[in-house]
Design a binder for this molecule. Structure first.
Ligand code: SAM
Length: 340
């Protein structure tokens, strides 16, 4: 069964956050000193995640992405990967990670059947990494990238959140690094979502500005023409190198968004900007039938009309979506809970 929302968007792509905990404190995501964590008892067991995936898969979901928080902080993650990889209708099983713990886990994840890995890498400079993440793990991330390639993963992607005045002087260096390790680099515009309480429009480097900057260095850049619901628009450099830009802030792609998000405690959100979600843990834990779970999911998706990022674009004096007081009262509004 395939279901679509009011804009004809199919339910295909589920991002699964396996923990809200993270081992970095990136300025654009977790800038505060203290956080309110999800209660441990609420975190879904792997069997529960797997059961929910079965329900979503029957409604058309065939792409999964494990995320967090930092997904590798979840103990025994390869066991979950094995369960999800065994599902015949799942054609894409990926993970987004900050890479800090990857060197220890890349091989086990590959052996368990994970298809693809995206690693967040915002800078090639260790001091800058320390300032941006408030942790000293830059070398571990680089080791993680190497281990991922060595483990046999193909199609590695490196995601960089670009912040004006912070790392906007590293776009060329990052593309060159991507070439060296065989990864496609994707530049993400800094978004005003969740915990980005330090966000301001001045700190956003727009996709247009990124392209101008890169053209000054490389010469003419061509768009790659393709039919895709992927968030990144892809571009080709004169030497054929491909890179992507995810322009959620200045040129959002809500109309082709087929993503939804499951938090580690079983809340289901249709949009990163959504205030409300659908609680799936409680029915799951009282052994609701598949049909009962579907009766929560189907109408919610079919009535979906959100265009969160496009609506934000209409606001003239934009400031962070949520203030710190509200985030403390409801950690589900945080990016590290929603999974990015
Ligand atoms: N810990 C993992 C990681 O670092 O990739 C997965 C979770 S993280 C929340 C997922 C993605 O969200 C990362 O690529 C991160 O850079 C991105 N992200 C977080 N806050 C953001 C913001 N304010 N603007 C744009 N991207 C953001």
């Amino acid at each position: 069964m395939l279901i679509s929302d009011t804009l004809g968007r199919p339910l295909r792509n589920l991002r699964i956050s396996v923990t809200d905990r993270c081992n970095l404190r990136c300025q654009y995501c977790m800038p505060e000193e203290e956080y309110v964590w999800l209660p441990r008892g609420d975190i879904l067991h792997f069997e529960e995640v797997s059961a929910l995936v079965d329900v979503f898969a029957e409604l058309g979901v065939d792409k999964l992405r494990l995320t967090g928080g930092e997904p590798l902080l979840r103990r025994d993650l390869p066991a979950l990967v094995r369960m999800l990889a065994a599902k015949p209708t799942i054609r894409d099983l990926a993970m987004t990670t900050n890479g800090v713990l990857l060197a220890d886990h890349a091989q086990a994840l590959f052996d368990a059947g994970l298809h693809r890995v995206t690693i967040s890498l915002d800078t090639l400079r260790p001091e800058r990494f320390r300032a941006l993440t408030r942790r000293d793990s830059h070398q571990k991330v680089l080791d993680g990238i190497e281990a991922t390639v060595r483990a046999g993963f193909k199609g590695l992607k490196l995601d960089t959140v670009v912040m004006r005045g912070t790392n906007d002087d590293e776009l060329v260096d990052l593309i060159e690094f991507g070439k060296q390790v065989g990864a496609e680099v994707r530049f993400i515009e800094y978004m005003d979502v969740g915990g980005a309480t330090l966000w301001s429009m001045d700190t956003v480097l727009s996709r247009t500005a990124m392209l101008e900057l890169l053209e000054r260095h490389y010469g003419p850049i061509e768009p790659v023409v393709e039919e895709s619901s992927a968030p990144a628009d892809r571009f080709r450099l004169p030497d054929e190198t491909i890179f992507g830009i995810i322009s959620s802030t200045t040129a959002p792609f809500c109309r082709s968004c087929d993503r939804s998000r499951l938090t580690a405690d079983g809340m289901w959100y249709l949009c990163l900007y959504a205030r409300q979600g659908t609680a799936l843990r409680e029915p799951l834990r009282r052994s609701a039938s598949k049909e009962e779970l579907k009766s929560l999911i189907i109408p919610t998706w079919q009535q979906r009309r959100d265009r969160g990022a496009e609506e934000r674009l209409q606001i003239h004096h934009r400031s962070p979506l949520v203030q710190i007081g509200e985030l403390r009262k409801d950690p589900h509004l945080e990016m590290h809970t929603r999974g990015g």
